[in-house]
Write a protein that binds this ligand. Structure first.
Ligand SMILES: [Zn+2]
Length: 456
């Protein structure tokens, strides 16, 4: 009897394991089926590791890459190929977030019901939100420097421009050897997948924390003598800024004021603000996950906390997250989350999917967003110069950050158009680009002018 009970128990255990295994399989089939079928070794749908049908187009229908005559072929213009490499992807699969690799299941038409035999036939047309001409202008505006430029519509979420450099021509990929500086990080999409020291663009986060935490901040007056000692660190400005109010301190980007404010706010408040402003989030852009920014305000050393509050120290910011934060400032505290796929159609133009805008959580209060918009607009009028952005109502903050790879500093310029008719937010990072209000601001102007000319 004992023996039978024992055997029954073993059978029951095996049956439960079988049921659990089946449930796990069914769950993973629905969740991961697209990835399984996209596996490059699947010769039913792939040739040489790529989907053997389909096309990748920009928002206006310009074909960036298509499967013709038994192989993937790119746009005829090398300037467009260089500018859209990281969005379109490479045939070798080294650029993981490129559409050829990341959206392979969409190009093949795989679905849960009919599997690898698409209901509406193969040869899918994947329309990206990018405008290839705006990307081309952006790549050219980077003038051979490494870095990234992103522009997106903060109301719809559409990314118009996503350029990362160094790039290369995917029709003739270079043999990149370790340590070859020309191609350092060439396979990385710097907008989505990298983080950098933000420099003074980060003062917009410290400013938001100050506006929402210190009730008298806008009526205070500060005095900058050009340097101040906080803890065991000396915080310096390029020159003595003298008497300042809060807005003027942001306009001249006073390190002494913002370092002291970060210490007054404290490590916990700064930590909670990098979370609430969305910087430490990883955004999912049609399933592509951005790199999360990282900070360490809790080193226990107030001097380090001061440097972190002005965007140096251990601060590392993802350019895309900073661009979304710019969108949220422009849009009353919440912005659309970025998206890269505009639509997916059959080759006859039948739409197979719709991508609806999603919004971020509230990244800052509405009145803080309004105040920062006014101050960033003042920055352009009083500091960077309206004449540098003819016809545009740019609101922006520049940043200059030490570079790991170059003697010249990294240049940032981030902001938005304070213009309901053109709801565009942008980020420009030029590695070794020097001062943010120089080359990076000029690149921002060129890209924004191209976007407006193209009707965005
Ligand atoms: Zn100062």
């Amino acid at each position: 009897m004992k023996k039978i009970t024992m055997r029954a128990a073993i059978c029951l255990c095996l049956a439960m394991l079988l049921i659990a295994g089946t449930l796990l399989y069914v769950f993973r089939f629905f969740r991961d089926g697209g990835d399984w079928v996209s596996y490059p070794a699947n010769s039913h749908m792939y040739s040489s590791g790529l989907p053997s049908s389909g096309a990748i187009l920009d928002q206006k229908g310009v074909v960036l890459a298509s499967f013709r005559e038994g192989r993937w072929q790119y746009h005829d213009s090398s300037a467009i190929r260089l500018a859209t490499l990281h969005a379109v992807g490479d045939k070798e699969g080294k650029i993981g977030v490129g559409a050829l690799n990341a959206f392979a299941d969409k190009l093949t038409g795989y679905n849960i019901i009919s599997g690898a035999r698409p209901v509406f036939g193969a040869n899918r047309q994947l329309y990206l939100t990018l405008d290839s001409e705006v990307c081309r202008v952006a790549y050219q505006a980077m003038n051979g420097l490494k870095g990234t430029i992103g522009v997106y519509n903060y109301q719809s979420g559409e990314i118009l421009c996503m350029v990362s450099a160094p790039s290369y021509d995917p029709t003739d990929p270079p043999l990149i050897e370790d340590g070859d500086e020309r191609y350092e990080g060439a396979y990385i999409n710097r907008l989505l997948s990298a983080t950098f020291i933000p420099g003074s663009t980060f003062k917009l986060v410290t400013a938001a924390a100050a506006l929402e935490t210190l009730p008298d901040i806008e009526t205070r007056s500060f005095n900058c003598s050009g340097s101040t000692v906080i803890g065991n660190m000396t915080i310096t400005c390029p020159q003595a800024h003298g008497e300042l109010d809060f807005g003027q301190a942001l306009t001249v980007s006073c390190n002494c004021v913002f370092g002291a404010l970060a210490v007054e706010l404290g490590a916990d408040t700064m930590t909670s603000y990098v979370d609430s402003t969305g910087l430490t989030d990883s955004y999912s852009i049609n399933g592509l996950h951005t790199a999360a920014s990282s900070f360490d305000f809790n080193t226990g050393e107030v001097g380090e906390l001061a440097w972190s509050g002005i965007g140096q120290g251990k601060d590392l910011v993802n350019p895309c997250s900073l661009m979304v934060y710019m969108g949220a400032i422009a849009n009353g505290g919440r912005a659309a989350t970025p998206q890269l796929i505009s639509s997916l159609t059959t080759k006859d133009g039948l739409k197979l999917s719709i991508y609806l805008p999603h919004r971020t959580s509230r990244l800052l209060q509405a009145d803080t967003a309004e105040t920062l918009t006014r101050l960033m607009r003042d920055n352009v009028i009083n500091n960077y110069g309206e004449w540098n952005f003819p016809g545009l109502t740019v609101a922006a903050k520049s940043g200059t950050a030490q570079s790991d790879t170059s003697e010249a500093n990294n240049a940032w310029f981030a902001g938005f158009l304070a213009d309901e008719a053109h709801p565009l937010a942008f980020v420009v990072l030029l590695e070794g680009g020097g001062s943010g209000s120089g080359a990076a601001a000029s690149a921002a102007n060129q890209v924004l002018q191209a976007a407006i000319s193209a009707g965005y």
